[in-house]
Design a protein around this ligand. Structure first.
Ligand SMILES: [Ca+2]
Length: 151
């Protein structure tokens, strides 16, 4: 009898563990990620009719849970619109103060609706992490981000 109860507890624990694993979906870094499909954000507002993240200023961030960088990536490409001049978006892993893996330098496209592809070098990203895009301290109107992808 005691054995059966232990077996039942073990089975329940195993099932809970497996369901826990299954309920944490990952986002493949190598496929285009729509910026507006963030897991969390602070201070931003939709742009492009809800198809992009905009109004990014100092102190703001947006985050994607469980991005899978696989064996590692070296470049991020992003579609960005900016009409305010040279700005910067910092990429960090797992928290707002986590390791910095790259800085996207954003140049003006001279039109808040004029999206262009920009890219930056990425270092130290492999495996599964929460990905934070953090506005550079002291900068305002950083840009509208439509999508991004890693390679
Ligand atoms: Ca988008």
């Amino acid at each position: 009898m005691k054995k059966n109860i232990l077996l039942l507890i073990f089975t329940f624990a195993l099932l809970s563990f497996l369901m826990g694993c299954a309920s944490v979906p990952t986002i493949p870094a190598g496929k285009k990620i729509q910026a507006e499909e963030f897991s969390e954000e602070e201070g931003t507002q939709p742009e492009k009719g809800g198809g992009a993240v905009g109004y990014i200023d100092s102190g703001d961030y947006f985050m994607y849970k469980n991005v899978d960088f696989g064996a590692g990536v070296s470049i991020m490409r992003a579609s960005v619109a900016n009409n305010s001049g040279s700005r910067h978006l910092i990429l960090r892993l797992d928290s707002l103060e986590g390791p910095e893996i790259g800085v996207l330098a954003i140049e003006s496209t001279f039109d808040w609706n004029g999206y262009e592809e920009m890219s930056c070098e990425i270092k130290g990203a492999k495996g599964i992490h929460d990905l934070y895009f953090v506005a550079m301290d002291g900068e305002t109107e950083i840009g509208n981000i439509d999508w991004f992808v890693f390679e």
